[in-house]
Design a protein. Sequence first.
Length: 330
Amino acid sequence: MKTIMKSAKLIILFSILVTFISLAQDNKFGIVIHGGAGRIVKENMTPERESEYTAKLKEVLETGYKILERGGNALDAVESAIRLMEDSPLFNAGKGAVLTEKGAAELDASIMDGKTLSAGAAAGIKHVKNPITLARLVMEKSPHVMMISSGAEEFAKQNGLEMVDNEYFITKERWESYQRAIKREEERKKAEKHGTVGAVALDKEGNIAAGTSTGGMMMKKFGRVGDAPIIGAGTYANNNTCGVSATGSGEYFIRIGVAKDISSLIEYKGMSIKDASEEVIKKVGNLGGSGGVICLDKFGNVAMPFNTEGMYRGFYLSGGQPVVKMYKGN
Ligand code: ASP
């Protein structure tokens, strides 16, 4: 009798465990990324270049997705996705960043945890290989939210982050476009192309994280800081609403407080992620700004509106396939 009772108990325990695991597996998770918005049009793209971007964006999505699939947290997925894009010369973040008026790379990044509303940011970085990791370090290992320039770099060094010469970030292509920009005012405007990177992830526990990393704007004044490292402008995450990462003309994104504005429209007005993000991008346009956002809400809904000709972007949600797009509509 005792053995029967014991095995019945075991069976009940086992089925509770199975139900729990399958419920946990039912939880939606996923990642959304961007690699910058701007004049991204098919006519200017060679097939090789297009497939280079597609392959890299897919690799980034798959890396983030795998972390979430095996139960990893949203912050790890966001940091790993952004590191990969910082290491790629294709984007204006980390290696391949655009240059200041003085010809140096000055990088900004931020990250936010939607569970605790903790956040970290670093700006004016010249020697830390992966600014997004420094942003996370500021969030987790300091009592502050934002650190800048040499102080932030000292903090990075103390914590063993990989440091590099400023030349590491400067690719031949960016140097040439900088040289052209110096020569002609006309080129100067064209050179203001975007290429910031960002990621938003929702993990199986329902936690949302968002992060953004950038070299800023080509020919920016040394010391200029854009929206990317500003919590509420370029990055925001809240488990009760959504996660957002922005790209575009930072000055406008700061003035509107784009990322927090989207979250607030959901929080206070009960708007959908699609309506909220489209409304805020419209505001940016009305003010004269250009760019876009990637957003993921707590239900796993994605929105990626932009008012430029294109935006490198993609998402990979549980139960689906990685989707990569760069032009308007596709
Ligand atoms: N938002 C970035 C900045 O203003 C630039 C970009 O996204 O292209 O620094």
